[in-house]
Design a protein around this ligand. Structure first.
Ligand code: UDX
Length: 462
């Protein structure tokens, strides 16, 4: 029996692939990272992560230092090198459709399969519509010189941006979608250090493994939209959604995570995954089963419009020429990702209504500028709020949470703030003379306050 450690290739070096490749090297495997983007390859080879992900830079340098990882754009080299090939390329939403774009996944599998001439395992980690793995298996067997010897498995990835290294090295579960004992054994071998930590493992068929990922993300999106729907009810009734969420969270069956009301979800996963899931269900003739995800999406998008309404109300009913400080552009804190970012969307909507929007995000300014060059971007909280007539908190970075409302009050032109992430202490702001507003919370003084413990319960997962 071959006792050499498995050699691992990772195709695609975005958020998912770069993290997976680096972590595989940290776990002791020889790793080859592959990408068609030569600039990314050059950056990673030089020890620089081309995006913001806390802790990943150090791990990359550690892996490079141990000579366990290299990066290339050469698929011939990848095919020769790997015993297990992980495919981690993106499946974004298609232009003009809710469906997932599968061109990159298909191309990655095809490029490898046509070059591999010995027994090996291709493992998909990308999020794909159910049924894709089966279709790819047939394609791979068709085009590969190795024929049926080239096996395919699916191993969905649940990492959160901002916690990518931790989630990859210590995941809360592993899921292997396999069609043979050999494939399962290969995966067990490569994930041995993680399984040795008693990480729960679910071994399943290909379709179930594909579905786990979209079902999980749909559940999380639904939970967020559920509490945001309750926020709408609170707005109509004068109730307080933060207190409501706290009271719900003490029920263990419900729990407080992903029950934080506010501007809602965005990013490269949740929005496009629920849309692609609906699309796939319709293709399968079972559209009804997940039709509710359309409502989940609609509730989420309405939060952005309602945030603009609040800013307009605070500005006196008209946004024309009003200077608005937009705090945050990333879809969540500790990320520079602006894909489907609610924050940036609100900034854009304010701009379209004639406001003079000044955006500051600690990490995402450059990406936001590329996406929406028309907005004004500045490099500090002070510059953003200088002379602002309304401040709107859109991404709950620590820098914003810990800002002193008294000091901020001296910088702005008007002490008016919309806390779109329910991240600030309303009473502190009000005590410092601010008009404070948040979706789903009563707008005046006298509203009941959360204790520090209650706030902890509802703080988004870290
Ligand atoms: C998500 C899943 O969590 C992860 O398992 C999957 O692999 C990829 O998609 P990520 O996109 O990194 O990860 O972000 P996540 O931390 O899940 O947050 C998603 C969005 O929901 C963010 O925009 C966040 O601001 C929002 N959110 C989260 C809320 O609005 N309320 C909450 O209570 C929690």
């Amino acid at each position: 029996m071959n006792t050499e450690p498995l050699r691992v290739t990772v195709i695609g070096t975005g958020y998912l692939g770069a993290t997976h490749a680096v972590c595989m090297a940290i776990l002791g495997y020889d790793v080859l990272g592959v990408d068609v983007d030569r600039e990314k390859i050059a950056e990673l080879s030089a020890g620089r992560v081309p995006f913001f992900e806390p802790g990943l830079d150090e791990k990359l340098r550690e892996a490079l230092g141990s000579d366990r990882i290299r990066f290339t754009a050469d698929f011939d080299e990848a095919a020769r090198f790997g015993d297990i090939h992980f495919v981690c390329v993106g499946t974004p939403q298609q232009e003009g459709s809710n469906a997932a774009e599968l061109a990159y996944v298909e191309s990655a599998f095809r490029e490898l399969a046509t070059r591999i001439d010995r027994k090996a395992l291709l493992v998909g980690k990308s999020t794909v519509p159910v049924g894709t793995a089966q279709r790819l298996t047939e394609m791979v067997h068709d085009v590969s010189p190795a024929g049926d010897e080239l096996e395919l498995a699916w191993n969905p990835e649940f990492l959160r941006e901002g916690f990518a290294v931790e989630d990859t090295l210590h995941p809360d579960r592993l899921v292997f979608g396999v069609t043979s004992e050999w494939a399962e054994q290969q995966l067990r071998a490569v994930f041995r250090p993680i399984l040795d930590e008693d990480t729960p493992l679910v071994v399943a068929d290909l379709a179930t493994a594909e579905l786990v990922k979209v079902a999980a993300n749909s559940f999380l999106a639904t939970k967020i939209s559920y509490i945001n729907a309750m926020a709408e009810v609170c707005e109509a009734t004068g109730a307080d959604v933060d207190l409501l969420a706290t009271a719900l969270s003490y029920d263990d069956r419900i729990g407080g995570r992903f029950l934080k009301p506010g501007l809602g979800f965005g990013g490269g996963c949740l929005p496009k995954d629920i849309r692609a899931f609906r699309h796939r269900a319709e293709e399968l003739g079972i559209g009804q089963s997940v039709a509710f995800l359309g409502e989940v999406d609609a509730i989420n998008i309405r939060r952005r419009e309602r945030t603009v309404d609040l800013v307009r109300e605070l500005a006196g009913g008209d946004l024309t020429g009003v200077r608005v400080a937009a705090l945050g552009a990333a879809f969540k804190p500790n990320s520079d990702d602006v894909r489907d970012a609610p924050a940036l969307d609100v900034a854009r909507l304010l701009y379209l209504e004639g406001a003079h929007v000044v955006v500051y995000d600690p990490e995402a300014n450059a990406n936001a500028h590329r996406a929406y060059p028309d907005l004004d971007y500045v490099d500090s909280l002070g510059d953003a709020t200088d002379g602002a007539e309304v401040v709107v908190l859109l991404t709950e970075w620590d820098e914003f949470r810990s800002a002193d409302p008294g000091l901020l009050g001296h910088i702005v032109a008007q002490r008016r703030i919309v806390d779109a992430r329910h991240a600030l202490d309303a009473e502190r702001y009000r005590a410092a003379g601010w008009e404070y507003r948040a979706l789903g919370r009563p707008d005046g003084a006298g509203a009941a306050q959360l204790t520090p413990h209650e706030k902890d319960v509802l703080t988004p997962p870290s």
